[in-house]
Design a protein around this ligand. Sequence first.
Ligand code: G6P
Length: 614
Amino acid sequence: MCGIVGYLGDKPAYEILVKGLHRLEYRGYDSSGVALVSSDSKLNVYKTRGKVADLERFCEEKDVDGTIGIAHTRWATHGEPNDINAHPHVGRSGNIALVHNGTIENYHVLKEALELEGCTFKSETDTEVLVQLIEYIKEKNNCSLVDAVRGALKEVVGAYAIAVVDTDEPDTMIGARKSSPLVIGIGEGETFLASDATPIIEYTDKVVYLNDDEIAIIRKNEPLQIVNSDNMPAAIDIKTLRMSVSQLEKGGYPHFMLKEIFEQPRTIHDCIRGRVASSGDEVLLSGVTEHKERFLNAHRVVIVACGTSWHAGLIGKRLLQEIARIPVEVEYASEFRYSNPVLTPDDIVIAISQSGETADTLAAIQMARKCGAFVYGICNVIGSSIARATDSGTYIHVGPEIGVASTKAFTGQVTVLTMLALAIGTLKNTISKETRLQIADAIRALPTLISQTLKLNDSIEKLSGIYTYVHNFLYLGRGYNYPSALEGALKLKEISYIHAEGYPAAEMKHGPIALIDHELPTVVIAPDDEMHEKIISNIQQVKARGGSVIAVVTKGDTTIKEIADHVLEIPKVPECVSPVIVSVPLQLLAYHIAIKKGCNVDMPRNLAKSVTVE
Ligand code: G6P
């Protein structure tokens, strides 16, 4: 949460910073701000509540001179989203400015100590405490900015990625991280700092991912230096980005979310490329083959994740149990990390995260590693903290996901989990060759089947008009598609603010059935699978109580067509890959309802894409 950008070079910093903030807006959009060191070494700080576009309006008539600056887009943790709490924060001299992503847990204690020393505070944020502490140390010890930053960070408990500038050292920018991401872009005579690589990619493809407890010292006309908390030089590992600017743009679609839904035939193609051999005989996941013994001998798998990734984990449980015959537990990372879990070196912990930065998932990984478990990551963002903190893993390779509501990452995660189950099942010989070929064929067919399913878009758009103003929705599914119901409901509430509940269809009669009347529509996921007959009776139970039903069915299902109010037909697929196909109409339904309600689907209120705080 929160996005930070920094620039030091010869170009006007403001444009680069604001463009970078737009790229990072998915990380939070409560307020934004920029601090520029002008050519006569003055600090100009502009910040305002609202989105980056509001900041641009605010800065229209302002002096935005300067080739060094830092900027921030905020997702509020400490203090409400207003102009004062917006970043950057400045020290009392007005010379030092700082932007911060993370939380300073001991800020109360630090604040009290600084107040005793005469500091006063304008904002309610933990960040202002940090900048005041830096300034206090700098003045007290008469030291350089970097020494003051290092001294202050030694006092801090919590998570941070920071960027700092100081008019006393107008050619210097300092960055530091602990548990929050920070990437340094190295260009020709210019250096960038950012929460992820997206603000950097159009200027350079050379990046360095800062590690925990490292401090980057960026000075004009000097090579980058990185030191650790003991001031010892750290290695500078320059990586080359494989990302293009076009991946970060809407490509003609009105919203990133719609673009990302429609991209799925290609993203799933990229996800499976080179991994499912055309003979179908082999699934090649290097993360598995390199650790064959671990997978062969594992007693149990524990999946940890949050949000949509947790829903993918629930589908992963079914897949791994059924195909690889291994016991699986699925935990919310936020609960798992505080549950004193019983883990042994024979366990495999699978961490699923689109961003690879979710704080709870990262903490769960650290705990699992301490217990000696083998940790396998399923991430999208290459080089992310989770990707680097795991023993092995598989990238989903679906490209940058910008829409806050996850779509293509979810289908990528489920596809990787299907390949993973197949790879382990093949290793362990828990499935017949026939089943293996059948699942491999189904995986390879996914891009085509998604394309066919996307043709539902127009009819879903029309259908959404009927349900735009309802207050509640129920989503029901069984088996592999019970998690699909949870995910469908989550999509709708995230972007349309309509309350929606996902439930296992058969459990409906133990509670939610009491809610059913003509005002509560129910989405029933009812493809032609083992549970088909049973789910038909669930639909009848809803209809008998006056509820309307939108059913996702397999093409040609005449039985459900007769009882449901609306049917959305998907192609026939084997049960274990059906969640990928089913998710397409559910994504489109949520999207169109939210659009009809006039909601900002790419930046829904109160949410952020990357949750790097607890
Ligand atoms: C946030 C996002 C969700 C996402 C969840 C987990 O809540 O809004 O879309 O599913 O975080 O994120 P991760 O990056 O770990 O998958």
